[in-house]
Design a protein around this ligand. Structure first.
Ligand SMILES: Cc1ncc(COP(=O)(O)O)c(C=O)c1O
Length: 360
C-alpha cells in the first residue's frame, strides 16, 4: 500500500492509527453488528461516542465548566452567518480583525446582518503580518478574529485583551488543538474539523454559556446556538461518522501526550521548514514576516513561476502531495497539521535542499 507525504490544506492528513482503527471497526462497531454510520443517533452506542468526543475535547483544551461544546454542520463558513445572527443586535456593531481572506469572508456575512467595523487589518501588508493597533467601535457586539490564516500562512501569537464585556470570538479552524490556548480568553471558538480534528462534516463550537442568553428567538432554529446547546447537539441528526472520527483523533492526541506535547512537535516541524527557507540564501522566499509565521501553514515562493512549477512537479513525483499554494497567493504551501508526522517534514526539507542544489 502506498501512502504519500500529505501536505493538503484541508481536508488534510489524518493519523494513520486513527484510520486503521476506523477500518477495524467499520463493519462491526463494538459488537453492535453494524457500522457506527448505521447506528441510530438516538442509540446508547452512539450516545457514548458523542459524549466521548465532547469529554476528550474538554480535557485536552482544559475547557472550563461554564462553556458548552457544540457539534454543528455547515462548516466554519456557516458560523460566519450564525455569529452575527446570534450576537449582532440592533444598536450594536460587530468588530472584525482582518488577517486574511477567511476573516474577510466572515466580515462580509456580518455586513448582511447589521452594522460592522474593521477594528484592525493587515491587508495593507498583503497579509504578510498580523494586524496591530486595535481600534474598537462604540457599542461593540464582539470582536472576531481568525487565529491562523490558512491561505497566507500567518498566525496570531498573542490575542488582544478586551474589556470583559466585549466577547472575543475566534475562528480556529486551522490551528485548534495545535497549541495550548486559554479558553477563558474567548467567548466563542469555532473550527471546521477537516484540518486538525478529523474529516469534514462537523464544526466544533466552544461557547461560553453566558453568551447563550443573548441568542434571539426570531432567527432560524438551526442557526440558533441555544437549539444545539439545549439538545446536546442532537436536535437533528448530527454527522455521526465525522463525530466518531473526531473522537478517535482526540484519543490519538491524548495518547501523544495532549496538546502541550503536540505543540512541541509542531514547533519542531515548523522550524525545520522555516530554517530550510531561511538558510537557502533567497532560493526559497517565505511569504509571511518572521514574527507572524504560522506553525500550521508554511507559505513560500521560488524566484519564478516556471521554477515553482518544476518544483511542484518534481515534488509530486517524489510523493509530496498538496504543496501548491492557494490560488489567491500562488507559490507553495506546506500544511503541517497535527497529523503530519515529523518524518514527512524531514523528507520535505531534504527534498527542498536537493532541489536547490540542482536548480540554483
Ligand atoms: C481559517 C478558516 N476559516 C474558515 C474556513 C472555511 O471552512 P469550511 O470549508 O469548513 O466552511 C477555512 C477553510 O479552509 C479556514 O481555513
Amino acid at each position: 500500500m502506498k501512502r504519500v507525504y500529505n501536505f493538503n490544506a484541508g481536508p488534510a492528513a489524518l493519523p494513520k492509527q486513527v484510520l486503521q482503527r476506523a477500518q477495524e471497526e467499520l463493519l462491526d462497531f463494538q459488537d453492535a453488528g453494524m457500522s457506527v454510520m448505521e447506528l441510530s443517533h438516538r442509540s446508547k452506542e452512539y450516545e457514548k461516542v458523542h459524549q466521548k468526543a465532547a469529554t476528550l475535547l474538554k480535557e485536552l483544551l482544559h475547557i472550563p465548566v461554564d462553556y458548552d461544546i457544540l457539534f454543528m454542520q455547515g462548516g466554519a463558513s456557516l458560523q460566519f452567518s450564525a455569529i452575527p445572527l446570534n450576537f449582532l443586535s440592533k444598536g450594536k456593531t460587530a468588530n472584525y480583525s482582518l488577517s486574511g481572506s477567511w476573516s474577510e469572508k466572515a466580515l462580509k456575512e456580518a455586513e448582511k446582518i447589521g452594522s460592522t467595523h474593521v477594528a484592525s487589518t493587515a491587508k495593507n501588508t498583503d497579509y504578510t503580518t498580523i494586524p496591530s493597533q486595535l481600534e474598537l467601535s462604540e457599542e461593540a457586539a464582539y470582536l472576531h478574529l481568525t487565529s491562523n490564516n490558512t491561505i497566507f500562512g500567518t498566525q496570531w501569537r498573542e490575542f488582544p485583551s478586551l474589556p470583559s464585556y466585549i466577547p472575543l470570538i475566534a475562528d480556529m479552524s486551522s490551528d485548534i488543538l495545535s497549541r495550548a490556548i486559554n479558553v477563558k480568553d474567548f467567548s466563542l471558538i469555532y473550527a471546521g474539523a477537516q484540518k486538525n480534528l478529523g474529516p469534514s462534516g462537523v464544526t466544533v463550537v466552544i461557547i461560553k454559556k453566558e453568551l447563550l442568553k443573548n441568542c434571539p428567538d426570531n432567527i432560524p432554529t438551526m442557526l440558533n446556538y441555544q437549539t444545539h446547546a439545549k439538545n446536546k447537539s442532537l436536535y437533528n441528526t448530527p454527522p455521526t461518522f465525522s463525530i466518531y472520527m473526531l473522537s478517535l483523533v482526540l484519543e490519538w492526541v491524548s495518547e501523544q501526550g495532549g496538546v502541550e506535547a503536540i505543540e512541541k512537535i509542531n514547533l519542531e516541524k515548523a522550524n525545520l521548514l522555516y530554517d530550510t527557507i531561511d538558510q537557502s540564501g533567497g532560493f526559497y522566499i517565505g511569504h509571511a514576516e518572521k514574527v507572524a509565521r504560522s506553525h500550521m501553514n508554511v507559505t513560500f515562493n521560488l524566484s519564478s513561476e516556471e521554477l515553482t512549477s518544476v518544483f511542484l512537479n518534481q515534488a509530486k513525483e517524489e510523493g509530496f502531495v498538496g504543496l501548491a499554494g492557494h490560488r489567491m497567493v500562488g507559490g507553495c504551501r506546506a500544511s503541517i497539521y497535527n497529523a503530519v508526522p515529523l518524518e514527512s517534514c524531514q523528507a520535505l526539507a531534504e527534498f527542498m535542499k536537493r532541489f536547490q542544489t540542482n536548480y540554483r
